[in-house]
Ligand binder design. Sequence first.
Ligand SMILES: NC(=O)c1ccc[n+]([C@@H]2O[C@H](COP(=O)([O-])OP(=O)(O)OC[C@H]3O[C@@H](n4cnc5c(N)ncnc54)[C@H](OP(=O)(O)O)[C@@H]3O)[C@@H](O)[C@H]2O)c1
Length: 302
Amino acid sequence: MSAVRPTIAWLGLGRMGSVMATRLLEAGFEVGVWNRSPGKDDALVAAGATRIGSLADAGGYDLAYSMVLDDPALARLHDPEDGVLSGGTTRLATWIDGSTVSPRAAALAAEAARAAGVGYVSAPVSGNPGVVAAGRAIFAVSGADADLDRAAPVLAALGRAVHRVGGGSEANVVKLATNGLLGIVMQSLAELVVLGEKAGVPRADLLAFINDSAVGSPFSAYKTPALVDLDLSPTFTVEGQRKDLRLALDLAADLEAPMPVLSTTEVAFSRTIASGLGAGQDLAAVVLVAARDAGIELEPPR
Ligand SMILES: NC(=O)c1ccc[n+]([C@@H]2O[C@H](COP(=O)([O-])OP(=O)(O)OC[C@H]3O[C@@H](n4cnc5c(N)ncnc54)[C@H](OP(=O)(O)O)[C@@H]3O)[C@@H](O)[C@H]2O)c1
């Protein structure tokens, strides 16, 4: 693998993967693209990427970078029959996975990679597609130092900061904790804007104050338009956020670490999905259930 410009097999072209692969292409990397369902690679191929016909063909690149939904999707990628590592990985030196998955799923993928002589890097990302497009994403990474060094120029082209957190699957733990906090903050903001509305304070006024205070955050600021205008087109879906809450709770259960607030937050997200009020929408849709429970209807501002 060349030190500076590895060739990259990009695996998974969902909301995040397509934006990340586009950034690498625009940064001058040679990029091959694969997605389970056909069609999502068309725009990237038109922009200069090469279509990868099968996962095994990823072995012909220096580096594989996956961005898929969940644990089963990651396991699919290293299927021994026809996965990334099945085709004789003579060229492939490093596999970076950026998906939000359990530490256990990451460890299984790392073990399969190791057995095939390929280094593995867990590199979950914080930042939605818009944040990635702006070059503001950050990465928690874990893996062997040599593999982290190989991943470094690619990650540098993708985002603004890389946090090395360990030699195994620690990055996956860091990501689950971070997304746990994200879910808790989202639910808290939703409950409190409903409280404000019921007490006669418009959401916009309440959030303007919160955002200007010490407890405001970049997250509360960029969720403010969704909470005020009720435009709930997803950057990250309610279902995706609940998946991450459940992964964090699974880890907590394995480790006998009670998580009362995280557990309640998972219930709030499940109610948003099960009620049909927010299914398929942005995670800010938890505000719809909070409002319904409080007996009020939220209207976008006139
Ligand atoms: N969106 C965000 O703001 C955000 C931010 C940080 C991290 N993440 C994490 O990044 C990952 C991707 O998120 P996303 O928003 O891009 O999700 P998405 O738009 O739903 O895309 C999911 C991708 O995973 C693929 N996939 C799903 N199941 C698969 C399987 N069994 N085998 C192979 N491929 C499979 C999908 O392929 P098909 O096209 O065939 O369905 C698609 O390419 C997730 O782990 C998510 O938690 C998301």
